[in-house]
Design a protein around this ligand. Structure first.
Ligand SMILES: Nc1ncnc2c1ncn2[C@@H]1O[C@H](COP(=O)(O)OP(=O)(O)OP(=O)(O)O)[C@@H](O)[C@H]1O
Length: 356
């Protein structure tokens, strides 16, 4: 089912939680709503589910206005961060619950219920714990059961609100891969709320980046990561170094250094900031004629395939973070307080007057 929201506005007292939000969620895709805490992700999800009413705007489910439709009629499956499983029921009965409470006319037969629950338990790869109580499950297993329970009633849409937020990092990683595979198998239109950019980039087909009740950018993960439309998106999607200065004739003058800024030749003595990811900074040993930013190596962390370097600019005292390969790190034979030269590649410039 396709989902579209148009001009959604939601106010809590004087606080604007959603400000004119318009979005299309493609049919059969997994879309991540990504943004910092309090940006309105959950409120938007609850409005789509029908658990919350917008002050203004439309929700279209398969092009049909759903604002007046009750939660039950919207056929939405919901999975929350805190597994809301019934403690006194077995795993099997938890999954069967939504089917058993259907009105008699719509309720499947006992055999059909058994069959469907068994199939869902296989789907979430937990058929061997059907008779356990939720208290005897790990957090990750509980979330998989919560998902099976949401799927039992054959929803047209699946909404997941930070489903792995309460789990430890390792289980989180396993479960997001599992969710991606499961989604590829089911192809049910799904919206997934997270504040974890890595999670969104890895799992989603589409990303919606939100900030302060507004949509900052939408697109495929790779394209949003590669071409952030605003400084906020750039900063939110990973570590970033900022080089502030003045732009003129294709060059950004920052501190004592001039950095080439291809694509900004028209800029006429304008304030600008270059955004550069840590892995887009080359490091060379200092020589008096070396081009680049002269820095001092303050600290490093070199375990595994990458080495993280904390560098202090000699001209402005600002700190730069660089990430280089372990191979390059050992080639350079770095020691604390070495003087080096940092060379940013792939500068992304934002000026006060432009956001790209
Ligand atoms: N029922 C409510 N009454 C008053 N304020 C609310 C209510 N629900 C949400 N808010 C406020 O609206 C803002 C958006 O909340 P929302 O839960 O949508 O954010 P979020 O992006 O999902 O954040 P998080 O990642 O922390 O869950 C927050 O500042 C929150 O305090």
């Amino acid at each position: 089912m396709s989902i579209e929201v148009r001009h959604i506005h939601k106010q809590f007292g004087s606080f604007t939680a959603l400000n004119n939000v318009s979005l299309k969620f493609p049919d059969g895709k997994l879309t991540a709503l990504l943004g910092p805490s309090g940006c309105g992700k959950t409120t938007l999800l609850r409005i789509i589910a029908g658990l919350e009413h917008p002050d203004a705007g439309e929700i279209l489910l398969d092009q049909e206005n759903a604002v007046a439709r009750h939660v039950r009629e919207r056929k939405v499956g919901f999975v929350f961060q805190h597994y809301a499983l019934f403690k006194h029921m077995s795993v099997f009965e938890n999954i069967a619950f939504g089917l058993r409470i259907k009105p008699r006319k719509e309720r499947p037969s006992e055999n059909a219920i058994r069959e469907r629950v068994t199939r869902l338990l296989e789907l979430v790869q937990l058929d061997w714990i059907a008779e356990r109580k939720p208290s005897a499950l790990s957090g990750g297993q509980r979330q998989r059961i919560a998902l099976a329970r949401a799927l039992a009633v054959e929803p047209r849409v699946l909404l997941l609100d930070e489903p792995f937020g309460a789990l430890d990092a390792k289980v989180r990683k396993e479960l997001r891969r599992w969710l991606k595979r499961l989604h590829e198998e089911l192809n049910i239109t799904s919206i997934f709320v997270t504040h974890d950019q890595e999670e969104a980039l890895e799992v989603a087909d589409e990303i919606v980046v939100m900030n302060q009740g507004r949509v900052e950018q939408t697109g495929a993960p790779a394209s949003v990561y590669k071409h952030p439309a605003t400084p906020f998106v750039y900063g939110f999607l990973g570590h970033v170094n900022l080089f502030q200065g003045r732009l003129q004739n294709g060059v950004l003058k920052t501190g004592d250094v001039c950095l080439e800024t291809p694509g900004h030749h028209q800029a006429e003595n304008e304030e600008g900031t270059a955004y550069v990811r840590p892995h887009d900074i080359d490091i060379v040993r200092y020589t008096p004629d070396a081009q680049g930013i002269v820095v001092q190596l303050e600290r490093f962390h070199a375990i595994g395939p990458l080495a993280q370097l904390e560098l202090k600019r000699k001209d402005t005292d600002e700190v730069i973070e660089a990430v280089i390969s372990a191979e390059r790190f050992s080639q350079l034979q770095l020691k604390p307080f070495d003087t080096l030269v940092a060379r940013p590649r792939h500068l992304h410039i934002f000026t006060a007057g432009s956001v790209s």
